[in-house]
Write a protein that binds this ligand. Structure first.
Ligand code: FPP
Ligand code: MG
Length: 265
């Protein structure tokens, strides 16, 4: 009983501290667009002697929590790498679990009274969605349409995604547009290609921070074009399911320091 009571008091203190920290941080400059490569779910599961699929389930719980943190900080756009095109090569059991998770959770988050409605978030699923099973495509269409009118923030779930595929598609669209136009000038510019990226078409602002968890220092074909000279890239050693507010705070402080320095110079 005493132990339960102490646990409850501790949880309340942590909650109050989180609330206070978020309020303080949101008074400074906050990035408009943050992206996460949610890596390390399987290593996290193995380390805890759990089934691999449990790692992904816990990974979704971490995503839900961190999304709320970002929304409370008034970050306008959050993008996450939920499934690479290459991930179809994983075991059928793991792929099926991730598909079921997407099917169930995306619809759940978009329902009346749930997080996306509460914070006015529009959901976009970006990638070669035609490769997904029909039932997942159907739930994506429904979840996207339920949130279509939300205009306070954007959540881009990238699945199944690869930057090289996105850039190739963007170049093809830009060429098509140029050929269809009456203009004499048929030279493509960077802006023409940027305008056709999935993230741009989904209304995303420029990417300011990209975080990859699990200690791996690669971009793994994620948002390669969007990582411009102004994007801060952070590699964090924690596995994704254990990444939370207290890991995100130093990244935000680093961003705020950079902005203050720019404003003072
Ligand atoms: C990378 O860790 C993670 C994934 C391939 C899946 C990410 C998905 C989620 C966090 C939750 C699902 C969310 C939705 C919306 C479906 P890994 O599997 O590469 O783990 P490892 O690096 O330890 O091998
Ligand atoms: Mg991995």
């Amino acid at each position: 009983m005493l132990r339960q009571c102490l646990r409850w008091i501790r949880a309340q203190i942590v909650k109050k501290a989180e609330h206070f920290l978020l309020r303080v941080l949101s008074t400074g400059p906050v990035p408009q667009h943050v992206a996460f490569v949610m890596d390390g779910n399987r290593r996290y599961a193995r380390r805890n002697q759990q089934a691999i699929v449990q790692g992904h389930t816990d990974g979704f719980a971490a995503l839900r929590k961190l999304l709320e943190t970002c929304l409370r900080l008034h970050i306008r756009c959050v993008s996450v790498y939920a499934f690479a095109i290459d991930n179809f090569k994983r075991s059928p059991e793991e792929v099926e679990h991730l598909m079921n998770l997407a099917h169930e959770k995306l619809l759940e988050m978009a329902q009346h009274g749930q997080i996306l409605e509460e914070y006015g978030v529009r959901l976009n699923v970006l990638g070669k969605t035609a490769l997904l099973p029909d039932y997942v495509q159907e739930s994506i269409r429904e979840a996207e349409s339920l949130t279509r009118k939300n205009n306070k923030a954007i959540l881009n779930i990238c699945m199944p995604y690869a930057s090289q595929d996105e850039i190739t598609t963007a170049v093809q669209s830009a060429v098509r547009k140029s050929l269809e136009s009456d203009s004499e000038d048929c030279e493509l510019t960077e802006d023409d290609i940027s305008a056709q990226l999935m993230t741009t078409l989904a209304g995303s602002p420029p990417l300011e921070i990209l975080v990859r968890t699990s200690g791996v220092k690669r971009l793994s074909d994620y948002l390669l074009w969007q990582c411009s000279e102004n994007t801060q890239i952070h590699f964090c050693n924690k596995y994704w399911p254990e990444f939370g507010l207290f890991d995100f705070i130093p990244i935000l402080l680093d961003y705020q320091r950079k902005i203050w320095r720019q404003r003072l110079s």
